[in-house]
Structure formats: structure tokens, C-alpha cells
Write a protein that binds this ligand. Structure first.
Ligand code: FES
Length: 178
């Protein structure tokens, strides 16, 4: 173990977030793809944030500090990257984040009503999480799948041509999976 790794391990001990074994293995796999210079370390910020989100569910302040440590960058830089990309969640959500596109095409195809009806069925308002912590329902801008609208993104997966019935069935299936 080199000095840099030792120093990083010492600092990260004080944080409330660190990679588990499988996340660390994934991070090491990404590390091999980039040069060991400062530019290479900065390029690791995005994969490190993804791995953190898979493990932790969202990008907390501790995640920001941890990613800055393991990539030898500044927390401010990591925060800038995390806030630039809407795919990184800055707040805790339910186990399944339901992102309903209500932009123009999806809206014309009934997507905004599907969103409203789903919120009603789940007993939440826009942006809220169900009491069991399973589902958070939010409206988002165009997901880039207008040709198959209305589009719904659940965590990283897309579902298209969504109707009230389709969403209800999907929610029931996700409950069973959880
Ligand atoms: S408008 Fe909904 S995916 Fe583009």
C-alpha cells in the first residue's frame, strides 16, 4: 500500500460513507482505465459518483467528501459534477425513483395525467416518497424517448408507452421484487 493510499484510508475513516468491498472492486476496475495523473484522477469522479449512488442511494455530503478523497480532487469539484448531472440524486428517495416525463410529447400522449393518477394511487404529492419508503414520484423533463411516449424512468431503467394500467402493474411488480 503506498503513502497516498494510506493517507486516504486515514482520512476516510472519519467519514460516514466509504465503499464496501464490491464498490471498491468496481472503482479499482475503473482506476485502471485512466492515467494516474491529476487529469486522470478527475476523470474518475463520475464513475466514483455512480458507484456511490448504487451503494448509498444518493449523493450525500459524506459521499462528496469520500469521492474527493479517493480521486484526490477537491470536494467543490465533486459537488460541481454531482449538481451538473441531474442523474445524480442529491437527496434520499424511495427504493424506486419513478421519474415521469411530462414534457410536451409525453404530455400530449397523456403522461401528465398518468403522473397525477399514479401520485393519487400511491398517496403522495409530486416529489414525495411513500410511507413505506418504496416509491418516490417526480416529474422530469424530456427523457429523450419521445417516439415511445409517455415515458417513465425507474431508477436506471426506461419504460415506454405507459398508461395508468401499465404503471399500476409495474408498481405491483416492483413491490414483489423488493
Ligand atoms: S417528451 Fe417525454 S421523452 Fe421526450
Amino acid at each position: 500500500m503506498d503513502n497516498m493510499t494510506n493517507r486516504t484510508n486515514e482520512k476516510t475513516k472519519t467519514m460516514n460513507f466509504s465503499f464496501n468491498e464490491s464498490s471498491m472492486n468496481e472503482f479499482r476496475r475503473w482506476e485502471k482505465k485512466f492515467p494516474e495523473d491529476p487529469a486522470g484522477r478527475r476523470s474518475l469522479v463520475i464513475p466514483a459518483l455512480w458507484i456511490s449512488q448504487w451503494q448509498h442511494g444518493y449523493i450525500s455530503r459524506d459521499v462528496i467528501n469520500y469521492v474527493a478523497e479517493i480521486t484526490q480532487t477537491e470536494p467543490l469539484h465533486v459537488w460541481g459534477v454531482a449538481t451538473f448531472y441531474t442523474l445524480f440524486k442529491k437527496e434520499k428517495t424511495g427504493k424506486f425513483l419513478l421519474q415521469f416525463c411530462t414534457n410536451i410529447t409525453c404530455s400530449l400522449m397523456g403522461g401528465d395525467q398518468v403522473f397525477v393518477n399514479t401520485c393519487k394511487k400511491l398517496g403522495v404529492k409530486a416529489g414525495e416518497t411513500t410511507r413505506d419508503g418504496m416509491f418516490t414520484a417526480v416529474e422530469v423533463e424530456c427523457l429523450g424517448a419521445c417516439g415511445e411516449s409517455p415515458t417513465l424512468q425507474v431508477n436506471e431503467k426506461y419504460y415506454t408507452h405507459m398508461t395508468d394500467d401499465e404503471v399500476e402493474k409495474l408498481v405491483a411488480d416492483l413491490r414483489k421484487m423488493a
